[in-house]
Design a protein around this ligand. Structure first.
Ligand SMILES: Nc1ncnc2c1ncn2[C@@H]1O[C@H](COP(=O)(O)OP(=O)(O)O)[C@@H](O)[C@H]1O
Ligand SMILES: NC(=O)OP(=O)(O)O
Length: 313
């Protein structure tokens, strides 16, 4: 069966357990829809807000008399995979049962190897957790030696390193489950970043890998038919948010490169998605990538909306 890798954006997940479970129930319908279209579905997702929340809560408890241990960032990443994976696998199973579909679904706690010399460790770019005012951010930065950046006019957010994904450690396990027909949730939050020591052992590092990049890597490694990036917009645009905004129904690799060079895609939001699609399509024989909204995923798969990125069109 053909393999389809989905990357779920923040709007598929929400900001607290109640909101997340409610949103994920809708997300599950889309995932089961795509599975019913005849694909082996593999699901990746973001974790920026969630890993930040977990890290902040653990840090607060450890420093405010709760007598709990301080929790390393990589462990917080693994907790975010469990937390989001639990909601996804429960909601997907409920949806499968409601449609009387006999399929299994499982979350794999997934590590992704990064290079400890990656320049990203010197230049922190990945926003995590909640938004602060400038004064709050300055105060926390001074106390904890954290770095903050202004995030798209919405306030200040802590940033952490976001190194390149190099190797998905649990890839073979994912393949086996996929080949057995299971829906697999993996590389949550881009994967738990680990470095490979000289003796071959793995060790977690404080970072958050971009989920779109990891999803492209997974789609390549699985020789997927399709990479589907689900976000908040139905289609990618040029001249986004300008009077001459134009929706793109399909673009080839040359057009994508031209639009990237012309800076039509915002850094930190649409740019990594288009780049991930280009990366996957360029290295695949027949693979296509699709960027669309969660709500329109099924329609987009039938060519009614969404932006397709392909070799030739
Ligand atoms: N050229 C563009 N076309 C469409 N959307 C764009 C473009 N540039 C920036 N965006 C914004 O990028 C957002 C998706 O990025 P982001 O919010 O980071 O995604 P997610 O959280 O789903 O991974 C869209 O909702 C849109 O507001
Ligand atoms: N890991 C990751 O890319 O998370 P977000 O999509 O939430 O930023």
């Amino acid at each position: 069966m053909k393999r389809l890798v989905i990357a779920l954006g923040g709007n598929a997940l929400g900001n607290n357990p109640e909101e997340q479970l409610k949103l994920v129930k809708q997300t599950a319908k889309t995932i089961v829809d795509l599975s019913e279209e005849g694909y082996n579905v593999i699901v990746g997702h973001g974790n920026g807000p969630q890993v930040g929340m977990i890290n902040l809560a653990m840090d607060f408890a450890a420093n405010n008399g709760a007598n709990t241990p301080s929790m390393p960032f990589a462990e917080c990443g693994s907790m975010s995979q469990g937390y989001i994976g639990y909601h996804l696998q429960q909601s997907i199973k409920n949806e499968l049962n409601a449609r009387k579909l006999n399929k299994n679904v499982a979350t794999i706690v997934t590590q992704v190897v990064v290079d400890e010399k990656d320049e990203a460790f010197k230049n922190l770019t990945k926003p995590v957790g909640m938004f602060y005012t400038k004064d709050e951010a300055d105060k926390i930065a001074a106390e904890k030696a954290f770095t903050f950046v202004e995030d798209s006019g919405r306030g200040y957010r802590r940033v952490v390193a976001s190194p390149q994904p190099q190797k998905i450690v649990e890839l073979e396990t994912v393949k086996q489950l996929v080949d057995n027909g299971s829906i697999v949730i993996t590389i949550g939050g881009g994967g738990i970043p680990v470095i490979e020591k000289q003796d071959g052992s793995l060790e977690g590092v404080a970072a958050v890998i971009d989920k779109d990049k990891s999803s492209a890597k997974l789609a390549k490694d699985l020789d997927a038919e399709m990479l589907v990036i689900l976000t908040a917009v139905d289609r990618v645009c040029i001249n986004f948010n300008k009077p001459n905004q134009e929706e793109l129904a399909s673009i080839n690799l040359e057009e994508a490169a031209k639009y990237i060079a012309e800076e039509h895609f915002a850094k930190g939001s649409m740019l990594p998605k288009v780049e991930a699609c280009v990366d996957f399509v360029a290295s695949s024989t027949n693979g296509k990538a699709l960027i669309t909204s969660l709500e329109k995923a099924k329609e987009a798969l039938h060519g009614k909306t969404g932006t397709i990125i392909c070799k030739d069109r």
